[in-house]
Design a binder for this molecule. Sequence first.
Ligand SMILES: Nc1ncnc2c1ncn2[C@@H]1O[C@H](COP(=O)(O)OP(=O)(O)O)[C@@H](O)[C@H]1O
Ligand SMILES: Cc1ncc(COP(=O)(O)O)c(N)n1
Length: 264
Amino acid sequence: MSAPPRVLTVAGSDSAGGAGIQADLKTMLALGVHGMSVITAVTAQNSLGVQGAWPLPVEAVIAQYRSVVDDIGVQAVKTGMLASAELVEAVAELLGGTDAPAVVDPVGGSKHGDSLLAASALDSVRTKLLPVATVATPNLDEVAQLTGLRVDSEDDLRRAAAAVLAYGPRWVVIKGGHLAGDAVDLLTDGSEEHWLRAPRHDNRHTHGTGCTLASAIASELAKGRAVPEAVTAAKAYVTGAIAAGFALGGGIGPVDHAWALKRR
Ligand SMILES: Nc1ncnc2c1ncn2[C@@H]1O[C@H](COP(=O)(O)OP(=O)(O)O)[C@@H](O)[C@H]1O
Ligand SMILES: Cc1ncc(COP(=O)(O)O)c(N)n1
């Protein structure tokens, strides 16, 4: 039997299992690729917030990456929580040395507003990480942190996309998930524009939406799809997962990564 496409996530561990590494590996399983992980930080978190975060040493992150890439090889990489400037810079250098497409989710914080990235790392994200991204997937808070732009409406998404593209990613998906109305995201490379529109599900259980979208894009790219097709398929997957999100604990529950498998 031939091996499935291989996808690597470089991200933080979420003890609650809804975001981070755990969301990424579940997404990859659901989409039929072989998921592998480089853990950048361990977090203690649940449906109520983030109670603690411990970044790993840079050497541990580089060693995990080399173990996977040098032996097994990857067809796509996804990055999530990178915690510190030194980890952002080390990961950017690793991505610069691979031909595999890189989906960069510039994670700034959790749904509860707890920070997952040191403020001192923002400049490294702008100048080192975004330039090596095939697709960058900021949410509106991350757009504000990285560019200073506030997005209040769909019209603002285009300006936000141009400002992020100026840092050098090939493509950007600006996630309008936090706007009112339909869940609209804008995918563009500066010349093509693709508006991805889905009905807003009135479901507060959205822990892990951003991680899930970025991992799904990486999974579809690993299958050989072009960026617009990969992002369109990923949007359909995350929309179904949000529709099926469920309560766990006393706060924000996770999306259901298995929704598409249950339908079979
Ligand atoms: N309530 C919702 N209903 C449908 N789609 C949503 C909803 N909330 C977010 N999305 C979609 O989920 C994806 C992740 O977006 P978002 O939640 O903004 O990311 P993040 O987790 O980084 O904050 C986007 O495609 C967005 O449009
Ligand atoms: C380890 C880790 N990484 C990322 C997120 C953001 O999650 P979301 O996908 O909900 O924005 C998180 N809460 N924890």
